[in-house]
Design a protein around this ligand. Sequence first.
Ligand code: UD1
Length: 433
Amino acid sequence: MPQYLVGFSPRLSGEVPISTAKNAVLPILAAALLTQEEIILYKTPDLTDVKHMLGILRSCGAEVTEEKGSVRVRAVNVNSPGENALLRTMRASVLIMGPLLARAGECCLSMPGGCAIGQRPIDLHLKGLQKLGAKVAQEGGTVQVSGLLKGANIYLDFPSVGATENLIMAAVLAKGVTRIENAAKEPEIIDLCKMLGLMGARIAGAGTANIMIEGVERLHGAEYTPIPDRIEAGTLACAAALTEGSVLLEGARSDHMRALLFKLTESGVICQEDARGLRLRGKARHPMEARTLSYPGFPTDMQAPLMVVATQTHGLSVFLETIFENRYMHVVELRRLGAHIRVEGQLALIQGGRTLNGTAVTATDLRAAAALMLAGLAAQGQTTVADPAGHLARGYEGLEEKLSALGASARRLDAPANLTKKPGNDGEFMATN
Ligand code: UD1
């Protein structure tokens, strides 16, 4: 079981490179199923979710070659992945549905899994595919989509990131023109469309609420380096703001991080963009208000890390989570460390200025895991973050190593045999090494 040991670490300083974005790499890998030719992705991050997506592509018939830092995928023939446990490990597995349907005329899939941060249905994906002419059959935990696709006008009731991506990938090979209204505008959508453009797709309006896709007969191979991970960069920016650090986030795109940077700046942190990336200096002192929204609003993936920053400001911060209905699971763990946080439905009230004290906590989802790592930096003594489901490594490439490179006391404890249950403390573990 992965477990991390984090010690009190004031004033992080130094430079750290930002990895490529998990949320861009996953849909782009799914897009490889749209062509018989080879696609090459550079700087692919070493993440469990990426490994799982590659496993899923293999089970769809693709040939996958991993080289140092890059991946080649060639999908000469494609098929549905069949019964594959990997499908249930992450929500993004649903992204193969659009490409498989477009390419092979059908796709049969076990319902996707992922972090337990809400219900996360796929109704918008399925409604959109039906608009494109697909037949949808659901039975138990399996969904089957089939049919020849034809361009259509689609309105998304909510600008879902995954549904927008899936529908774009389905529409690129459909006959005629597809218009998606109320589409998601995340930078990762633009990145996917750039890659699809290199593969020969005809897409206009990516990054706006209205995307138009003109179907083409076939796509070809392409090479691409996806964008840097704005959520990883944001998490490290929060680490700097929390510890009164002076940090350069090498390669970070501040234009993708505006909402977070406004919050940190209002709170007293100096955020400067330069040719090498993003520099942060100083401490977040003033309390903040943050409402999670679709891009370009404040990202739900940054809610837990920013909440940790809020615990160390002077005053009452107010957070509102509007994207996922169960995304305050980290609060119980932060309270164990001494944070004063009250949750009322979608609302969280964070009373800043309380001393945090290290103890054993457990990661409940991916961003919660990162938030607990940050909390450990600000907590007196040692914090042990147990991560039984391996959430952190799903989405962060060596977060503990990057924090250490900035001078933090953070490391992964890797010997399961050395973990013993704490007496009288169910579900928690302590390290003996
Ligand atoms: C993506 C990101 C995830 C981020 C989220 C919101 C990837 C791989 N993951 O997830 O990190 O937290 O966007 O920014 O890119 N919904 C429906 N029906 C649907 C689809 C979504 O009701 O068919 C709801 C979801 O339950 C959720 C909200 O819409 O409440 C947002 O979901 P969505 O934008 O689809 O997120 P993901 O693509 O799963």
